[in-house]
Design a protein around this ligand. Structure first.
Ligand code: PEP
Ligand code: CO
Length: 448
């Protein structure tokens, strides 16, 4: 395609897959027009600061923890759920920082993760073919034709829920809740009693001792902002382009365009075609970007994706999120690592050990085995060690709640237990215990 100048609407001239079939164009245009006037959720300066932090990851001096729901929900939207998700992410980050001694960049799949790509446009429910559920930004998950009709008003609802979620996250992370002296309180009751919980308590106790030691040495800890606040960033898949376009603003300081719906945006495995609409849109915004890479990604494809999204070879601009599957990662990842290094792109490499290890249980539930998740992370680290590149982070789906969606882990969730507390709107998530357990395993790999 001829390289016409980029603008927030230039994606319209490219093939856009996975877009909702909006029944009412007038309603859609009204929603887009309203979104184009609302305040931005994040600021350009924040996105630049995250790019800088991710540049440290790309250089091998920090580690990225990107985590949260597969799909946020309009109906399960409470302060407690947001707080508990943040607790687990903070706990994982403390484990990684303390046990491996590397700074951790914390990015949530949160405050905007409302749209889902689907492998088929329709889904068989009983005797009917219904439109697939595409995330609460688009339609409802109830199995009726009315619920599944895309409704443009949902774009506005997604914006407003993102704003409330981000407001709470900002309050929690800067208002004392994330203070290192609170580290014990992040351990939820159902976690504290477990082996992972006790292991976490031990680290929390050592952090207390270190803080007391520093205070006794005469260090004024009250003046050290980094002990009392954390930088926490938001991210989601930039899937519904009408929404992302409407929230794109020109920075008054630099004149650059930023997608102000989140700090970081990523392009999914199904929408990453280098000449497609999603890549065209993301190529022109200055936020840090991610791109998912599945087992079919070829070195040529990945290099051309890097060329489109990171032509300036800027550290922190592009994070490649490999989701190869436990069985394929050791074979499929190294050629990609080599090709990207040879092309000179200073990308951040991250492992998503969730999306290529999903299967359907006998009872019909989508699930993942904790052991497969771990095996893929091990293979990811091994591939990087062999190639001399930095295994820059992990990207996981989790919740702070005590769900039973992924199999195994220390509490050894069995197939027949999936029914107990299976509440995800989309993919199965690690529960808080499994997530903390995983953080300890990753810390061991980082130390090795
Ligand atoms: C996801 O991250 O929820 C997802 C759909 O991932 P992928 O694009 O890698 O399949
Ligand atoms: Co998912």
């Amino acid at each position: 395609m001829a390289a016409l100048a980029w603008n927030p609407e230039s994606w319209l001239a490219h093939p856009a897959v996975q877009q909702p079939d909006w029944p009412d164009q007038i309603e859609l245009q009204a929603a887009i027009a309203e979104l184009a006037t609302v305040p931005p959720l994040v600021f350009a300066g924040e996105a630049r600061r995250l790019t800088e932090a991710l540049g440290e990851v790309a250089a091998g001096r920090a580690f990225l923890l990107q985590a949260g729901d597969c799909a946020e929900s309009f109906t399960e939207f409470t302060a407690d759920a947001i707080r508990d998700k943040l607790k687990v992410i903070l706990q994982m980050a403390v484990v990684l920082t303390y046990a491996a001694g590397v700074p951790v960049v914390k990015v949530g799949r949160i405050a905007g993760q409302f749209a889902k790509p689907r492998s088929a446009p329709t889904e068989r429910v009983g005797a009917d073919d219904l439109p697939s559920f595409r995330g609460h930004m688009v339609n409802d998950d109830a199995p009726t034709a009315e619920a599944r009709a895309p409704a443009p008003g949902r774009l506005l609802a997604a914006y407003h829920q993102s704003a409330s979620t981000l407001n709470l996250l900002r309050a929690f992370t800067t208002g004392g809740f994330a203070d290192l002296s609170q580290v014990h309180s992040w351990n939820q009751e159902f976690v504290a009693a477990s082996a992972e919980g006790r292991r976490f308590e031990a680290i929390a106790g050592e952090i207390d001792r270190a803080l007391r030691f520093m205070r006794a040495c005469g260090i004024d800890l009250d003046r050290e902002a980094t002990l009392h606040q954390v930088e926490f960033w938001t991210s989601h898949e930039a899937l519904v382009l009408a929404y992302e376009q409407a929230l794109t603003r020109q920075d008054s300081l630099t004149g650059d365009w930023y997608d102000c719906s989140a700090h970081m945006l990523w392009v999914g495995e199904r929408t990453r075609a280098p000449d497609g609409a999603h890549v065209e849109f993301l190529s022109g915004v200055h936020n840090p970007l991610g791109a998912k890479l599945g087992p079919t990604a070829t070195p040529e494809e990945v290099v051309s994706l890097c060329e489109r999204l990171d032509p300036l070879r800027a550290p922190g601009r592009l994070t490649l999120i490999a989701r190869m599957g436990a069985a394929r990662v050791t074979e499929d990842l190294p050629p990609l690592l080599r090709a990207v290094a040879d092309a000179g792109h200073p990308v951040t490499w991250v492992c998503d050990p969730m999306h290529a290890n999903t299967f359907v249980s006998q009872s019909g539930r989508k699930t993942r085995r904790f052991d497969d998740v771990l095996a893929e992370i091990r293979g990811f680290f091994a591939a990087h060690r062999a190639e001399g590149t930095w295994p820059g982070g992990v990207h996981v789906e989790l919740t702070g709640e005590d769900v039973t969606e992924c199999l195994g882990g220390a509490e050894d969730i069995l197939e027949e237990q999936l029914e107990l507390r299976y509440t995800t709107r989309c993919d199965p998530r690690l529960n808080a215990r499994q997530a903390i357990d995983l953080a300890f395993r990753v810390a061991e790999l980082l130390r090795a």
